[in-house]
Each structure stands twice: as C-alpha cells, then as structure tokens.
Write a protein that binds this ligand. Structure first.
Ligand code: C2E
Ligand code: CA
Ligand code: CA
Ligand code: CA
Length: 274
C-alpha cells in the first residue's frame, strides 16, 4: 500500500526494496547537505575556438558526502527534483554562482558571463523571477552577466515557463537552450522566446567526424542559430578535430574537456588570472 511519508512524499512501505532503502538514505543525507557545507560548485570554461579567449563559465553543482564520497549530479538532481529539495538547492547554486563572479572580479579575474542550470521544478513555484532579482541585488552581479540554461522539455512541459522566461528577460537576464536538439522538435517556441544562445548537445558532438547524421544535425543547428541571430555553443568538445569541424562550419564557441574540465573556483583563478 502507498504510505505518505512525514515529508509529504509517497513510498511503498511493505515492499521496500534495497534500492528504495538506498534512495531514502541518500535523500536524508541530501536534505542536510547544504547546511553541512557538502555542496559546492565547479566551473567549466566556455571559450572562443579561434582565439582561446574565455567568454564565460557554466556552474556545475557537486556533492561531496563524507561517507559516500563525490556523488555525481545525475544521481542527486533527479532525487532533489522528486523531493522538492531542488528549490533550496537551486537557490543556493544561483546565489553561490553570482557571488563567485563578484569574488573573481575582486581578485582580478573578469569572467564575462556565468551560466546556471535551472530545473523544471524551479518554474513551478512562480517566485523564480523574484528569487533571481533578489540574488542579483544581494550580490551586485549585473543581470547581463547571468545566463540561465533550460532544456527544451522545461519550456514545452512547464505550464508557465514561457511567462517566467519573458519576465527573466525583462530584468536583463540571458537565456540559453541546453541540450538543444534532444528534446521536443517544435521549433515554434524559439521565435516567441527571448533566447540568446543554443547549446548543441554533447551527443551530436561526440561522433561529429565519423557519423554523417550527427554532422548534419550539428550543421543544421549552427545554421538555425545564424539565421535567427542566436549564438551557438557546442558542449562536450573533447578533441582538436571536433573544434576544427565546428569552426569550419561557423560555430566559434565551445565548452568541453579539450579546453578544460570543470574547475574549482580557486583553480579557475589560478588558470585564468593574468
Ligand atoms: P549539462 O547541463 O548538460 O552539463 C554538462 C555536463 O557535461 C557536465 O556534467 C559536464 O561536466 C560534462 N562535460 C563537460 N564537458 C565534457 C566533455 O568534454 N566530455 C564529457 N564526456 N562530458 C563533459 P555534470 O557536471 O556531471 O552534470 C550533469 C548534469 O547535471 C548537467 O548536464 C545538468 O543537467 C545537471 N546539473 C549540473 N549542475 C546543475 C545545477 O546546478 N542545477 C541543475 N538543475 N542541474 C545541474
Ligand atoms: Ca547545462
Ligand atoms: Ca548541456
Ligand atoms: Ca548535454
């Protein structure tokens, strides 16, 4: 039978599997992770392919648990989404990312822009625009230097996402479509939304020089971006060959292991400060 837990979520009490127990344990740990200071951010550089110049970073959340070790976001983000903890986590991430931009600036490192990932669940509260505005005011980061990343499915499946995205635009925040090409194929939303950037998903970049279909998709996205006056950035660039391909086809922005793994705030400073 379905029982309702103290915190409002449901679980199947009698037939609790090993996996279920593990999940509950992780969830209990996760709920305390912020106050225990186990959560931190890594930052992955985004660069111009032709010059190697830093154009921005993407903030990527990390959870280091004292017993379980470093837990990848693919394991705890879905859990945070299911339990509602994502609202608290998302707010912490956004605040920390904006504050770090100011800290780098004070230390003499100018990072033009920071990209922060948003979950669908963060749009369900309705207060997202106020939250972002508050954080920008508190930290003093210029709105233009914050770029929020959302996937196509967030836009298509979240009732008021379009409204909130327009509101975010009106306070000066930039928007990128993450994992572009992997979600719903309706392109109609693109002309209605104040989007500045398309991120070509890593799955299309991976076999770009060997798979003609991936090649065709990547080229199509670059062309689409061009004709709609959007910037296009490729994610998951791991080789010189991939970077060369992108540059030849008109995409001059990239992020990936070929340039840099995600770095701690300190390593960012050490590597990019002049
Ligand atoms: P994403 O937004 O697509 O982020 C890119 C992922 O690709 C990151 O994994 C990054 O470390 C990885 N990556 C970057 N360059 C390369 C490369 O050259 N090769 C390969 N193989 N991988 C590369 P990460 O950090 O494990 O994050 C996974 C996903 O978790 C993210 O995918 C994003 O969907 C989610 N995520 C991470 N941080 C946050 C966050 O603060 N909030 C939310 N809502 N989701 C987050
Ligand atoms: Ca992303
Ligand atoms: Ca992505
Ligand atoms: Ca991706």
């Amino acid at each position: 039978a379905k029982a309702r837990g103290r915190n409002g979520y449901s679980f199947y009490a009698p037939s609790m599997t090993g996996e279920g127990v593990e999940r509950l344990r992780l969830e209990t740990f996760l709920r305390r992770s912020i106050e225990k200071e186990e959560i931190f951010l890594n930052y992955q550089p985004q660069v111009q392919i032709d010059t190697g110049r830093l154009v921005g970073v993407e903030a990527l959340v990390r959870w280091n648990h004292p017993e379980l070790g470093l837990i990848p976001p693919i394991r705890f983000i879905p859990l945070a989404e299911d339990t509602g903890f994502i609202n608290q986590l998302g707010k912490w991430v956004l605040h920390e990312a904006c504050r770090q931009m100011v800290r780098w600036q004070e230390a003499g490192l100018h990072v033009p822009k920071i990209a922060v990932n948003l979950s669908a669940k963060q749009f369900e509260r309705g207060s997202i625009v106020n939250m972002v505005a508050d954080i920008l005011r508190e930290t003093g980061l210029e709105p233009q230097r914050l770029q929020l990343e959302v996937t196509e499915s967030v836009i298509m499946n979240t009732g008021d996402a379009m409204v909130f995205i327009n509101d975010l635009h009106s306070i000066g925040v930039a928007l990128a479509i993450d994992d572009f090409g992997t979600g719903y194929s309706s392109l109609a939303y693109l002309k209605q939304l104040p989007v500045q950037t398309l991120k070509i998903d890593r799955s299309f970049i991976k076999d770009i020089s060997t798979d003609v279909n991936d090649e065709a998709i990547a080229i199509a996205i670059i062309q689409l971006g061009k004709s709609m006056n959007l910037s296009v950035i490729a994610e998951g660039v791991e080789t010189e060959e991939q970077a060369g391909f992108l540059l030849r086809h008109g995409c001059n922005l990239a992020q990936g292991y070929y340039y840099s793994r995600p770095l701690t705030a300190g390593d960012m400073l050490a590597r990019w400060q002049k």
